[in-house]
Ligand binder design. Structure first.
Ligand code: SIN
Length: 531
């Protein structure tokens, strides 16, 4: 079964939807998304979107804060471009119906770690949910957009793959996609394909990402031959709720932005020991400090304390966090919240240029799936929604120009061939490998790494990958198997990039090379599949 459209968008967070809404002015758009359309990391973003709106703030200050957090390897031209285009894309979001919290006429700006100013626009503490709501409404109303929910992309279709020849540059022609509810593999042929598949937190045992965050875009792009970069920089959010049933629920950094203090079990505040900005230090430093405090004192968690603030203010400012914690028996206006770090954001991804285009022609990647050079070795809080919105506009403009200048005909694409694959009666292989990868990634490739741990992880990945490939070719594909194959690929890329970096920088900390080495290592890590 073949579905043709001008634009194929894989993923339905802020990146995919804001690209789709613009692309729909120029052609037909198919959006493929694994669960319900709203189920994306965007939907769970609490903090907000950073941009210069205050009289006391400047583009230079936002650029500087981003560069400092990025620990020496942000691409300064990209940082400046994203920061300066911020106010314009925020106005687009508002036109699509997003309602940010205001204080009188002006936006109510909050603060987060690493920011020298109040510059985070937010919608209470459910900013992502509000953005997703507005964009989904706009997309559903658009006659040029068709949304395919419960559809998971298996692999990209490229000219090289179809013709079985080396082509340079290779071209993307669409993707093979599995309908999860009817088990039918469909061929989505498109002139332009956009990866907006989000991050890969599910590679780790503890993550505040939703279940869909399995690095599908990065894995598919890598398999298709695109360049991938900086995968060693996985950001661990310092404060997720420590509770057996909370599934690492995020406690927004904005809580510290509004004055919360991190304390040990005995009440001692400890961040002063680690950074002059104390609780508002950049995220890598806070996460490592918590990890160190927990290990040194043998504690399972630390505590985030905002009990000194007016309870009425806390309830109004953080209604979602307050209510969710209450459901777990914790009243944040009275009880310090038990918190631990968890995998949160992938700073690396599919390498793209300033227009979001990968090194496969007509294949774009934006949002968390992409590596643009903005985040360097550590993303500044609330720069991610901003980056996604800015690159959606740039990718759209570039793609439309490509369509204008080139004549496209849909090539003949062979349908999906499932060969002699049969239904599996051994799903335990899939679940066992899922658990194993996530556990060794957490233990060996987490906040503190070493060469030995990374090598151990690599050996296990190789074994598991052999098993997955064997399974993949012999049994009919399922969404669990597709995701497992993708997290194994992402795990491999993280470990390979981490092994390449013989220093500690930003989010990558290794006990073998505890110092930053600006002479030999001040560069990105690139990786490309050899065919
Ligand atoms: C948060 O609310 O702490 C998350 C914000 C972000 O990751 O940018």
């Amino acid at each position: 079964m073949k579905i043709e459209s001008d634009f194929l968008v894989i993923g339905s967070g802020i990146a995919g939807l804001s690209f789709a809404l613009q692309a729909a002015r120029h052609g037909t758009v198919a959006i493929v998304t694994k669960r319900e359309v709203t189920e994306s990391a965007t939907n769970y973003a609490q903090g907000g979107i950073a941009s210069v709106f205050s009289q006391d703030d400047t583009f230079d200050a936002h650029v500087e804060d981003t560069l400092v957090a990025g620990a020496g390897i942000c691409h300064e031209d990209v940082v400046r471009m994203v920061v300066e285009e911020g106010p314009k894309v925020i106005r687009n979001l508002i036109e699509w119906g997003v309602q940010f919290t205001r204080s009188g006429e002006a936006f109510d700006l909050t603060r987060e770690g690493g920011h020298s100013q109040r510059r985070i626009l937010h919608a209470d503490d459910v900013t992502g949910r509000e953005i997703e709501r507005a964009l989904v409404v706009a997309a559903r109303e658009n006659p040029n957009i068709r949304i395919y929910e419960h559809h998971i992309a298996i692999d990209l279709i490229t000219e090289a793959k179809v013709t079985r020849k080396r082509v340079a540059p290779n071209r993307c022609l669409g993707a093979h996609v599995l309908g999860i509810e009817d088990n039918v593999v469909r061929t989505f042929a498109a002139k332009i394909t956009l990866l907006a598949t989000g991050g890969a937190g599910k590679v780790y045992l503890y993550t505040c990402n939703p279940d869909v965050a399995t690095g599908d875009g990065v894995a598919m792009a890598y398999r298709a031959g695109a360049t991938i970069a900086n995968m060693e920089f996985m950001q661990f959010h310092p404060t997720t709720l420590y509770h057996p049933h909370a599934k690492s629920f995020l406690i927004s950094e904005a809580v510290r932005g509004e004055g919360a203090i991190l304390r040990r079990r005995d009440g001692t505040a400890f961040m002063e020991k680690y950074h002059k900005l104390k609780d508002l230090a950049p995220r890598d430093i806070v996460a490592r400090a918590i990890d160190n405090e927990m290990k040194t004192h043998g504690d399972d968690c630390v505590f985030l304390d905002i009990t000194h603030k007016d309870p009425e203010y806390v309830r109004n400012r953080f209604p979602n966090i307050y209510q969710t914690c209450l459901e777990f028996g914790l009243d944040m206006t009275k009880d310090p919240l038990p918190v631990v770090p968890a995998a949160h954001y992938l700073c690396g991804g599919v390498a793209v240029d300033a227009n979001g285009e990968t090194d496969i022609r007509y294949l774009y990647a934006i949002g968390e799936a992409a590596f643009t050079g903005l985040h360097g070795a550590n993303r500044l809080a609330s720069n991610s929604l901003l980056e996604a919105a800015v690159y959606a506009g740039r990718a759209f403009q570039h793609a439309v120009e490509e369509l204008r200048q080139n004549h496209f005909e849909f090539p003949v694409i062979p349908g999906w061939d499932s060969g002699t694959a049969t239904d599996s009666d051994e799903m335990v292989v899939v679940s066992q490998n899922w658990d194993e990868i996530r556990r060794f990634m957490w233990n060996y490739v987490g906040i503190v790494r070493s060469d030995k741990r990374l090598e151990r992880a690599m050996r296990r990945i190789r074994l598991i990958q052999e098993e997955i490939e064997d399974y993949y070719w012999n049994f009919t594909v399922t969404s669990d198997l597709i995701e497992l194959r993708n997290i194994a690929t992402v795990a491999e890329l993280i470990v390979k990039c981490a092994l390449q970096r013989k220093e500690s920088r930003g989010l990558h900390y290794t006990i073998n090379y505890p110092e930053r080495d600006d002479i030999h290592c001040r560069h990105d890590s690139f990786i490309k599949k050899q065919f």
